[in-house]
Design a protein around this ligand. Structure first.
Ligand SMILES: *Cc1c(COP(=O)(O)O)cnc(C)c1O
Length: 371
């Protein structure tokens, strides 16, 4: 054995340099009931029709699912007026975020994301052997000029979450088009519109038009947020045929299970349920932003189903202490130190009970109610 050989299998060095994604907490030790506001899940849960479709699939567990997720792609196509051949489904959109990096980056190639962009992007880029290049944001919002300034001959992919998680900020479609127009034609623009259904702004678009008229744009969507199906792991992309073809060659052959395909197709047909979830959010998002803002906690303007709260550094009022105080009362928020936001907590819009409860608890906390 030569001295350069290891005594055991060794992962690639770039893999071991990655910090694993840490999901939002789901519970508090010693508390039976908590309000989980740490993962941007829907307080309304899924459509009853999706639950029924999930249960009906229990009779088919011995059979492999349809590896092409045809039923689901056709249901998505009908709902959004898209060609099912240009849709590819993923085991959550996380899978598609990762596949795009693996398919389009060669070792040493660069992938760009914005400063507070979704943490899965640098993980995917680096896991593929690429270099994650960070573009500074302005006012916690992606800055198109800063992103374009980072483009080099090695750039192969640009990820933009719009709206972004964890900030809730968004770029008007005119800005997204400007970003696209400034990219070389060989650079893939991945528009992650996980929260698109929540956005009520005239100047917003998820990206369908850009995908339809270009070879280098992909739109990513998910059933984990407004559809309330995070547990089933269903994401999809609308992409140019050549991109769909490339991803289909390397994805798991049965990457969606049959229950996910059936429940997703049922969920997307229940437009009334989605509308109810959007209406709930439209009521509570501004209420929370206003009430929490009054307490001396700065809130980033959000168009998603969550808010980023910024705490003072004053001892007794810090984000770490707020997190502890709220957790002890059954309100589980999301620490976002991994995003370079150590003074902030992200809070999902919850049920009326959860929303009122958090505001009351934060009021007591900021008034110095102790821990
Ligand atoms: C939640 C989220 C997703 C969705 O991930 P899934 O794998 O589909 O559950 C994708 N992108 C962003 C920005 C998100 O916040």
């Amino acid at each position: 054995m030569s001295s350069t050989e290891s005594v055991r299998p060794e992962p690639r060095a770039e893999v071991m340099a990655i910090d694993a994604y840490v999901p939002g907490k789901s519970g508090v030790a010693g508390l039976a009931k908590v309000h989980k506001l740490s993962s941007n899940e829907s307080p309304l849960g899924p459509s009853p029709r999706a639950i029924e479709a999930f249960r009906a699939n229990a009779d088919a567990l011995a059979s492999y699912p349809d590896g092409s997720s045809r039923r689901l792609r056709e249901a998505i196509g009908r709902r959004f007026g898209l060609d099912p051949e240009q849709i590819i489904c993923g085991n959550g959109s996380d899978e598609l975020i990762s596949l795009l990096a693996h398919v389009y980056l060669r070792p040493g190639d660069e992938g760009i994301h914005s400063q507070y962009g979704f943490l899965e992007y640098p993980i995917a880029i680096r896991a593929a052997g690429g270099v994650a290049v960070v573009a500074e944001e302005t006012d916690e919002t992606a800055n198109v000029d800063a992103m374009l300034a980072k483009v080099t001959a090695r750039t192969k992919i640009v990820y933009l979450a719009n709206p972004n998680n964890p900030t809730g900020a968004y770029l008007p479609f005119s800005q997204v088009k400007r970003l696209h127009a400034g990219l070389p034609a060989n650079v893939l623009l991945a528009l992650d519109a996980a929260y698109a259904e929540y956005v009520a702004r005239n100047d917003y678009a998820a990206g369908v038009e850009l995908v339809s008229s270009n070879e280098n744009v992909v739109m990513l969507r998910t059933f984990s947020k407004i559809y309330g199906l995070a547990n089933l792991r269903i994401g999809w992309a609308y992409a140019p045929a050549r991109v769909v073809d490339a991803l289909n060659r390397v994805r798991g052959p049965f990457n969606l299970n049959g229950a996910a395909i059936a429940a997703g197709a049922a969920a997307i047909e229940d437009a009334a349920h989605v509308a109810a979830a959007a209406a709930h959010n439209a009521l509570w998002l501004p209420w929370l932003a206003e009430e929490i803002g009054k307490l001396g906690v700065r809130v980033t303007p959000s168009v998603g189903n969550f808010l980023l709260l910024h705490f003072p550094r004053t001892p007794g009022k810090t984000s770490v202490e707020a997190d502890r105080y709220l957790s002890a009362r059954g309100f589980v928020l999301r620490a976002v130190g991994a995003y370079g936001l150590p003074d902030s907590l992200r809070m999902s819009v919850g049920t009326e009970e959860a929303n009122r409860g958090v505001v009351a608890a934060l009021e007591a906390f900021m008034a110095g109610g102790g821990s």
